[in-house]
Design a protein around this ligand. Structure first.
Ligand code: PEP
Ligand code: MN
Length: 367
């Protein structure tokens, strides 16, 4: 028998939102900055004819104080206005119960819980209590940390509040390293969620994973190849002037182009086995991580080179090299890696480190 939190009671997406080629397409600005910015962006998006739901952040959680934190409740009538004009349903992030209540009062169709809210079970519960019995649809982003149980817990709390229109949003996970993507995708986590709750639609937010428009297409393609149920894309009619997330917002025209090209992609991948796509995406993720680690490793070598120079030490230190190779072989063995491969790899890496340090030393001599 279906339990209240199995997801079996959820209303299928197509019964409450307009889908395009079976996909839920959510688009709109990161934040509402002004009435004009919202209206212009939303009109251009509506004109594409490829938007299921208009997103717009009204209360913006910022990491540091003193930044633009959204227009707040004054933006809600602007959303009502554009909803009436375009006929598009609207979604707003609710980060506390009062936000959810204001959304209910202003005819907001869907709220979403942001990554910084999903991480906090007390806050999720308070929001769940605020919407209890209203049936308000809720989209739930993954928590900032890679914790599937926390994500599921937030979804379950909303289900227990009686909401039957729920969507999970994969927006990647935070790490502290310098990286290619703003947030690492860790695709196996949304895939595990899909396996555990097969009726729950899971969409991807490539804008927040990428952090930069240049990576959005590849991430969107990957997510659809993995049979995710749609996308959330940040759009702004003038991204370069955006007050929040300017690098990752695309124009409505670029959004239109992206969606048109993705349609071909959806058709191409329709028959590819999910499992192979999933594995390939995880391999891409691993390679991306390896490249980031290599960049970090070589930057540390470079810094070590400077310290060696200050101390008048040799660049190549046989004792250190011997210990390093010995240590890495022992660790590689514990991981079941081939010793020859690890030796070859470490030899290349060590040569590159020495070369980076030597280049720097030469530059310092002949600037
Ligand atoms: C957003 O969607 O604008 C947002 C703040 O996202 P996240 O919660 O994923 O960081
Ligand atoms: Mn944003």
């Amino acid at each position: 028998m279906a339990s209240a939190t199995s997801g079996d009671h959820l209303v299928p997406l197509a019964d409450w939102l307009t889908l395009y080629q079976g996909l839920l397409l959510v688009a709109g600005p990161c934040s509402v900055e002004s009435r004009q910015q919202l209206l212009v962006t939303a009109r251009q998006l509506a004109a594409t004819g490829k938007v299921s739901l208009l997103r717009a952040g009204v209360w913006k959680p910022r990491s540091r104080p003193g930044q633009f934190e959204g227009r707040g409740a004054e933006a809600l009538p602007w959303l009502q206005e554009i909803k009436k004009e375009t006929g598009l349903p609207v979604a707003v992030e609710a980060a506390r119960p009062s936000h959810a209540e204001l959304c209910l009062q202003h005819g907001v169709d869907v709220i979403w819980l942001g990554a910084r809210t999903t991480v906090n079970p007390f806050m999720v519960q308070e929001i769940a209590n605020a919407i209890k019995g209203t049936g308000l649809p809720v989209m739930i982003k993954n928590p900032v940390c890679p914790d599937l149980r926390l994500w599921m817990g937030a979804i379950e709390r909303i289900m227990l509040a009686g909401s039957q229109k729920i969507v999970a949003i994969h927006r990647g996970f935070q790490t502290h390293e310098k990286k290619i993507y703003r947030n690492i995708p860790l695709w196996d986590i949304p895939m595990a969620l899909k396996n555990k709750m097969p009726q729950l639609p899971v969409i991807c937010d490539p804008s927040h994973i990428a952090g930069d428009v240049q990576w959005i297409r590849e991430l969107a393609e990957k997510s659809l190849a993995m049979k995710m149920n749609g996308l959330m894309i940040e759009t702004h009619y003038r991204p370069e002037e955006a007050l929040t997330d300017p690098l990752q917002q695309m124009t409505p025209a670029a959004y239109h182009d992206l969606v048109n090209r993705l349609s071909d992609n959806v058709a191409t991948h329709a028959d590819t086995p999910d499992r192979l796509e999933n594995l390939r995406n995880q391999i891409d993720d691993c390679d991306c991580h390896l490249l980031e680690l290599l960049a970090c490793r070589l930057s540390l070598s470079k810094q070590a080179g400077k310290v060696k120079k200050q101390q008048g030490a040799e660049i190549l230190q046989p004792r250190r090299k011997h210990d390093l190779f010995h240590d890495r072989q022992a660790k590689a063995k514990a991981l079941g890696l081939c010793p020859t491969f690890v030796n070859d790899f470490m030899t290349l890496l060590h040569e590159e480190s020495v070369s980076v340090q030597s280049e720097d030393a030469a530059k310092d001599k002949n600037p």
